[in-house]
Design a protein around this ligand. Structure first.
Ligand code: ADP
Length: 449
């Protein structure tokens, strides 16, 4: 096992990793930009290293700064968290070239899954069901129009290098194709330096269902059921739950096995998420994320496992602490993402926290790096915390969420907390009847925050 690991991240996820390491008796090194000198992850880690100025490319994304921090402190392995360098194959290669261990999948797995066309081809070959669409990339507008006519509208044009909801455009009819195709290409080029696009059938009322998988890198892999992350704004998740209210035990076992078998076949190592759209009882693969997800705690809650501990174990060459038969679902869990944003436009609201009080009690987990007097810097993601609740069933989890939100105090900045209070008053949230468009439609109808 490692003696010391470095966490190449900030905010709540850096704390999350520090906590797992500490329980395992592993020393931790935090890295931080000058803007984060007073951040909680710096205070909580055993050691810290300043790696550069506020702008991420010069600090949290800087290969030399992070590798040097490992060399200075003697850290043997790097946990990337999510975002930043977590899915950067080149970084993984450099980490390995320096004799260090990357706590995550191999550079090759990241490369394959990071390109959506290659990922889809790989998954199809492994027997995973995919959204009907073009066979690989589509390079001309004529080809795109021809495919649209053949497949039938609506279709979605996606940049193969896209992510975070960027580089995707829907063409409702043939008349939209030209602008959708050109925009998706331009966004792919501008944001990811790659203008290759492909086309998929646009599903009109699907749910977003993702399967958590975990591999030991030696050909063994398990699944930890699904999360329903259908409540999204601009393709960004805001509310996630496990198990999914629309998924039966038989469906879970079947799709879970397909996913676990697929990643076992490629000797996948560590945590991964296979994302699907689910409509009329069918699953359609959209992408695989080769990292820990923001919403992993709902899975941890219902299975009673620590996914970060498992990531560290398999990276150190040890076995996972569970096999498929050990994994049984206990109750229901919901996570809401707390962002420093002002409603109704969700505009960023950085600033100083004048008062912070985290909720507690049975079945409540608050993952946040906030503290009284902390100043949220304007340079990074607006996620400031995740409130996760666990109950014996969905109804209990929802009432616990309501109770916990009532206890939470975050003063000094605007947050998305009122969004969740309002959502909990909605019948569809209680019946679980929502799809990936529900939240956008509901937001359009809200006039009063
Ligand atoms: P990203 O990598 O940007 O997150 P994804 O491929 O994971 O992109 O898609 C993100 C979201 O976009 C999905 O959760 C879903 O809401 C929507 N989406 C993607 N593909 C389709 C499709 N074929 N039909 C309908 N919606 C889609």
């Amino acid at each position: 096992m490692f003696n010391k690991i470095l966490i190449a991240n900030r905010g709540e996820i850096a704390l999350r990793v520090i906590r797992a390491a500490r329980e395992m008796g592993i020393a931790t090194v935090a890295v931080h930009s000058t803007a984060d000198a007073d951040a909680m992850h710096v205070r909580m880690a055993d050691e810290s290293v300043c790696i550069g100025p506020p702008a991420s490319p010069q600090s949290y994304l800087s290969f030399p700064a992070i590798i040097s921090a490992c060399e200075i402190t003697g850290a043997e392995a790097i946990h990337p968290g999510y975002g930043f360098l977590s899915e950067n194959a080149q970084f993984v290669q450099i980490v390995e070239d320096h004799g260090l261990t990357f706590i995550g999948p191999t550079a090759e797995h990241i490369r394959v899954m990071g390109d959506k066309i290659t990922a889809k081809d790989t998954m199809k070959a492994l027997g995973v069901p995919c959204v009907p669409g073009s066979d690989g990339g589509v390079s001309t507008l004529e080809e795109a129009k021809k495919l649209g006519d053949e497949m039938g509208y609506p279709v979605i044009i996606k940049a193969t290098a896209g992510g975070g909801g960027r580089g995707m455009k829907v063409a409702q009819t043939a008349a939209d194709m030209e602008s959708a195709f050109m925009t998706a290409r331009a966004e792919g080029k501008a944001a990811f330096g790659n203008d290759e696009v492909y086309i998929e059938k646009y599903l009109t009322t699907p749910r977003h269902i993702e399967i958590q998988v975990f591999g030991d890198g030696k050909g063994r892999a398990v699944h930890l059921g699904e999360r329903d992350c259908s409540l999204q704004r601009r393709h960004q998740k805001v509310f996630e739950e496990a198990p999914g209210p629309a998924i039966s035990a038989e469906e879970r076992a079947a799709i879970g096995k397909v996913c676990a078998d697929a990643v076992a076949k490629i000797n996948y190592i560590g945590a991964g998420t296979i994302e699907f759209l689910y409509e009329n009882g069918e699953f359609y693969f959209i992408e695989m994320n080769t990292r820990l997800q923001v919403e992993h705690p709902v899975t941890e809650a219902i299975f009673g496992v620590d996914l970060v501990r498992e990531q560290i174990r398999v990276a150190a060459g040890l076995d996972m602490t569970f096999q498929q038969d050990d994994l049984t679902i206990n109750g229901h869990s919901i996570e809401v993402r707390l962002n420093a944003e002002k409603l109704p436009n969700f505009s960023p609201s950085p600033g100083r926290i004048t008062q912070y009080h985290a909720p507690g009690g049975l079945g409540v987990r608050m993952d946040s790096a906030l503290y009284d007097g902390y100043a949220i810097p304007p340079y990074y993601d607006s996620l400031i915390g995740k409130l996760i609740v666990h109950g014996r069933d969905r109804a209990e989890a929802l009432s616990r969420l309501n109770r916990a939100l009532g206890e939470l105090i975050i003063d000094g900045v605007d947050t998305t907390v009122p969004l969740f209070h309002a959502l909990l008053a909605e019948k569809d949230i209680h019946t679980g009847e929502y799809n990936i468009h529900w939240l956008e439609h509901w937001l359009e109808r809200q006039t009063d925050w």
